[in-house]
Design a protein around this ligand. Sequence first.
Ligand code: G16
Length: 566
Amino acid sequence: MDDSPLQVLTLPTAPYPDQRPGSSGLRRKVFVFQSKRNYLHNFIQSIFSSIDLRDRQGSTMVVGGDGRYFNRTAIGVIVQMAAANGVGRLVIGHHGIMSTPAVSCVIRKYKAIGGIVLTASHNPGGPDGDFGIKFNTSNGGPAQETVTNKIFQLSRTIEEFAICPELSVDLATLGKQMFDLENKFKPFTVEIVDSVESYANMVRNIFDFAALKEMLSGENHIKIRLDAMHGALGPYVKRILCEELGCPANSAMNCVPLEDFGGQYPDPNLTHAADLMDTMRGGQYDFGAAFDGDGDRNMILGKHGFFVNPSDSVAVIAANIFSIPYFQHSGVRGYARSMPTSTALDRVAKATKIELYETPTGWKFFGNLMDAGRLSLCGEESFGTGSDHIREKDGLWAVLAWLSILATRRQSVEDIMKEHWQKFGRNFYTRYDYEEVDLDAACEMMEDLEMFIVDKSFAGQRFAVGEKVYQVERADNFEYSDPVDGTISRNQGLRIIFCDGSRIIYRLSGTGSTRATVRIYIDGYETDPDKVFQDPQAMLASLVTIALKISQLHNRTGRSGPSVIT
Ligand code: G16
């Protein structure tokens, strides 16, 4: 314990009007946090103030981050402010790095009142990149909208914040550091923990590690290649897959966390994980996967770069769920997907008579269902997959789930996927992203589009492209009523559902840091066994044409094509 008590100060500040958390916390360019006076302090104080003082005083909170630029600076401030706001103990990942799923696991393990995750996920890092702050509550999941709305309201009226400016913590040394404060909240403890340990203990109890080890390092082992994209997951891949499950060293790439992710987007998709895709195409590896900066997203690939669409990935896991020992013990309570995610999971749910929930985009919507014991497995089109073992999506869990299926079925990824389509039909799926579009143009387009499609005369209309004719069954602006607490979330995306079950969805992203990103999601269902192996872009070309025609997106935004096609 330090001998002289540390000063606790209350300093004046002025509010900012733009600290509304998006789909997953507050994301801004690094320079916004650096150049706007107290921008970071205001938001952190708003998080602390949103927690009742009685709950906060003497409590435990967890702090983790994806290791991006500004991570350590922000943790320094958070520690000083946590102490001054009455938090009793902070549990922080070694060097300030801990993956988002591990933070969720640690919050639950330590029975913390919540945690702060410093990440802008898959967005680029470095001094010119993005930074983000997310608040998770005691269930380990992202705060619900009632909480994020409260944080936003507090940030709009904030006048002062509390801080211990002299408090400095050593993130490099494992163990407890105790601080004596000159106020009534004392002592204050910081515990630097091994970032991997709790998470590794958890997954060891979910999967059959002996069977996985045999498949990955025994005689006739399969070869895998995992790309951590210089994000937080590198040490987890090394420790769990290489050291514990015996994968050779060349199974793991880009496993050293870097502040700028090596100058790349830490985004596990076909565009940004191109290196992994190239390696996989060579045919040397049987299974490949990439993760995002904070380790909650995943992309699954088979031999020769066979791509598993994330909407299909969760459906395959559902169809093979008892390959995972955890579900053999806990049973399966329900499945869920976000609204824009393809309806592939619905078909498995229907065939196996399991309840299916359709939620808005954002992992926070799954948490209530899990806490109420109604949801076991869920996924999103945005490369997120997970279960009720924690309250975040979990990239490494998804990989271990797929490997468990491979170990049980002893088939290739491609064969498993193809058999799945033959059995359930195939949801062809694509997403068009128009990034950094003018905000006003994007909002006006969405408003006009809504007026057009919710008009009574829209249902029943037919759209023809070549020989293909699609008739509108219904269209709306998606609204979700939480079945657990009745909370209503409106304006969650415009959707057009056609009579054959195909869908076109339009949404503005909630994770960008500047301007607007318009997303168009196309979901076309096909049961004809002769057609299920065709190329998705070719199969969906007519629906794409219709989507662009109805929205007039190119005219309205001045764009001639999407920035990214998934
Ligand atoms: C966050 C949320 C996800 C959501 C995704 C995409 O992911 O946690 O649930 O699907 O954003 O959001 P949007 O379409 O609004 O950009 P992450 O990995 O960025 O935290």
